[in-house]
Design a protein around this ligand. Structure first.
Ligand code: ADP
Ligand code: MG
Length: 189
């Protein structure tokens, strides 16, 4: 495997909401190489969003270490994480995950506001279907060699991945390598 873009070692995340502690991540080791499109699958509450938030510099680990190339995210203060997000991270949120009190355009604006070279909000809104979003991700992944991670509830989308990473109770339960991949246009919705 080429030098990983992301490396996670012994990552745990505990949410302490004042009552019971929730172990959202319970010891995750993972390497994500450049050029890879990984799909995260697993039941609701298994830790997928928590992992993505940590990789994206939106949240802190409780324990363990995380690197983006040779930058250690777990050693960064918030100001450095902000710069890391601007320079190196792209997010695409599904609309139903966005702020409900804002319009669709305001929600897209919110996402593009955190990027250094944002697309105009109207351009992002033109991509109406999930297939178009996936095709764009697919193309960026192929042309720029990004490490791309997709969370989905559509199990068919795993067919476009190089690797499918299954989550269960805050842990990686299984990793599946796809020897054959589908193009986004060939996925059924
Ligand atoms: P998934 O994305 O796989 O549905 P999450 O990463 O969102 O899983 O959640 C993992 C666990 O952490 C769940 O039990 C969830 O309720 C809990 N959790 C997530 N975010 C928070 C938070 N901000 N405060 C408290 N608990 C949280
Ligand atoms: Mg989630």
């Amino acid at each position: 495997m080429a030098d990983p873009v992301f490396t996670m070692k012994g990552v745990t995340k505990v949410y302490d909401t004042g009552g019971a502690k929730v172990h959202a991540l319970a010891g995750v080791d993972l390497e994500l190489p450049g050029g890879e499109l990984a799909v995260l699958l697993g039941p609701s509450g298994s830790g997928k969003s928590t992992l993505l938030n940590i990789l994206g510099g939106l949240d802190h680990v409780t324990d363990g270490r995380v690197w983006f190339r040779d930058l250690e995210l777990t050693a960064m203060r918030d100001r450095e994480l902000t710069r890391y997000r601007r320079d190196h991270v792209g997010f695409i949120f599904q609309f139903y995950n966005l702020v409900p009190s804002l319009t669709a355009r305001e929600n897209v604006q919110l996402v593009t506001d955190v990027a250094r070279d944002p697309m105009p909000a109207a351009e992002a809104l033109d991509s109406k279907t999930g297939i178009q979003v996936l095709e764009a991700l697919h193309q960026i992944n192929r042309d720029f060699g990004t490490a791309t991670v997709v969370i989905t509830h559509n199990a068919d989308i795993q067919k476009i991945a190089h690797r499918v990473i299954f989550f269960q109770d805050g842990r990686i339960s299984r990793i599946q390598e796809n020897t054959e991949r589908l193009a986004p246009a060939d996925i059924s919705w």
